[in-house]
Design a protein around this ligand. Sequence first.
Ligand code: GDP
Ligand code: CA
Length: 319
Amino acid sequence: MRIVVPAGGIGGARFLRGLKTTLGIGADHDDGKTTITVIGNTGDDITLFGLRICPDLDTVMYTLGGGINESQGWGRTDETFVVKEELAAYGMQPTWFGLGDRDVATHIVRAQMMAAGYPLSAVTEALCDRWRPGVRLLPMTDDRVETHVLIDDENGRRAIHFQEWWVRHRAAIPAVRIIGVGAADAEPAPGVLEAIHEADAVLLPPSNPVVSIGSILSVPGIREALTATTVVGVSPIIGGAPVRGMADACLSAIGVETSARAVAEHYGPELLDGWLVDEADDGAHVAGIEIRSRPLYMKDTESTAAIARAALDFALELK
Ligand code: GDP
Ligand code: CA
């Protein structure tokens, strides 16, 4: 069975860990029976200190490879921040991005390979040789795509990088618009469209509908390919709230209400065949999309595995 999961960071990674658990997949992504291909969001990527940082790819890789800081949901376990302190002592900007020492090593490998001309997909594969995440992790594109956010503040109207808006300002400044710089000219990374075409099921994990799934869908060709397969999504919104994080700030920027129903409507019946909502949202109805409810809070690996199993069974049933 071939499963494809377009994924953002924390929500995507946790869902994937549950999916691996329910399928009994370990460190090897190809046991000859079941493969999971992850299409990772790279819209969050940013270049800082000469390093290309890919937060969502790394969150998936560290989470599935056992290197994640569990309580935080991103970054490395047992992390120290000596490099960050030293950079601050030089007055290096920015100071709001938490780049840990262990994490820096990942970024040096990536920077070195990219400087040598390797595409991001090849770099990601090389990094995964160490982490053995048990999935095939592909970036959505090898091209540079960056999410920027248009804001109004005392400096007037300007666009800032998504990371500055999200991490530095905690999404507290209202976003006038969210822009995928470079998206229109990007091409899906090698293997992305093939994986979708060959998929028995595509599962949308509870990832940010705008800056994670939305940016993956903005790469020309990906949405079109997905409309031709069976897609089941897991709502990232429970009872009108984003559970963890600030996805509501992204949804209001694109004029979508923060509700399980509105997100399904936003994806639309062409893309979504089935939509899993929490019991709190039971009764949600969207024309052309089959909706089922069950508990969707990813409390621990066991409850998350049950969510992933429900999404997979739902997709195989709709196929
Ligand atoms: P990010 O890149 O780290 O922001 O992670 P994602 O793009 O994967 O998005 C995380 C999204 O998952 C958040 O916006 C929440 O709406 C959603 N989320 C977080 N925890 C849970 C949970 O336990 N259950 C569900 N259904 N959604 C969750
Ligand atoms: Ca992200």
